[in-house]
Design a protein. Sequence first.
Length: 287
Amino acid sequence: MSAPTNIVRIVTDSSCDLPQEIADELGIAIVPLSIRFGDEELIDREELTVAEFWSRCAGSDTLPETAAPAPGQFETVYRRLKDEGAAGVIVVSLSGALSATMQSAELAARSITNDDSIDFDVRVVDSRTVTLGLGTIALACARAGRDGGSIDDVEALATDLAQRTRVFSALDTLENLKKGGRVGNAKALLATVLSIKPIIEVADGIVEEAGKQRTRSKALQYLVDKVKSFDGKIENLAVLHADCSDVDLFVDMLTPHYDGDIVVGEIGPVIGTHGGRGTIGVAFHQL
C-alpha cells in the first residue's frame, strides 16, 4: 500500500495497543517503546510479540521495565513522513504524567523546527490517557487527516478528544502490582483468596482506583453498566484486553449498548507489565 500524500499524518507510540492492520490502513506511524528483562532490551512490537511477553512474564518473579523511545526515533519517523509527502504531523503521545515518551516526541519536533533545511510542521499533543484510549484518539485524528483536515483542525481534534477520553478496566490479578511493589503481599493474597477484581480508571493522565468487584463476571457487568450509564452519548468505543479468553463474550455484552463498530486491541507489554494478564476494559470518547 502506497503512503498517503499531502495529508496530515498521525504518529503515536506503541502503548496505543492499536491492531497493526488498522494503523496501517490509516497510515498511522507507531514509534515503539523498549521493554527490559534484566540486561536484555527488546523493542516493543518489533522484537517482542504480545504472546512472547506474557510467556516471559509467567516465568519471572520480577517485572520487566519499560523505556521511552529516544528523540532520534521520533525524528526519523517525522523525516520519513515528510519524504512520503505528508502535509504535516500530529503526534498523539502516551500520557505525559506516566512516561517520558511525550518529552522525546517534543525534543524531536523541536529539532525539526530548528533545522533550516526542512520546512515541516510537527505538533505534539498529550493524550492524557493510555492503551486504546490513546489508540482511539490516533484513529479519529488519522481519519480527520485523511479526509482533508488541516493541521490546525487535527490538532484541535486531538486536544478535544484528550479531554473526552474515558478508560475503565478490570484487573484479573494483583500479581503484577505486587511484583512492581505497588501493593503488598498480604493485600495481593487477600484479593486472590476473595477473588476481588479491582476496577481502575484513567483520569487526567493518571491511573486511579475506581472500585472493586467480587468476581470476574461482576467485573465485566460493571464495565458494561459503565458504558450504559452514558446513555448512548459515546463514540469510538474500543475493547482492550490482556490475553483474555472471554473477550468475545465481553464484546457481545457491549454490542446491544453501542451501534457502531467496536475496535478490539490486545494490551501490549508497555501497559501489560503494570496491569497483568487478564486485564480487560473499555475506552471511548464521551459526547
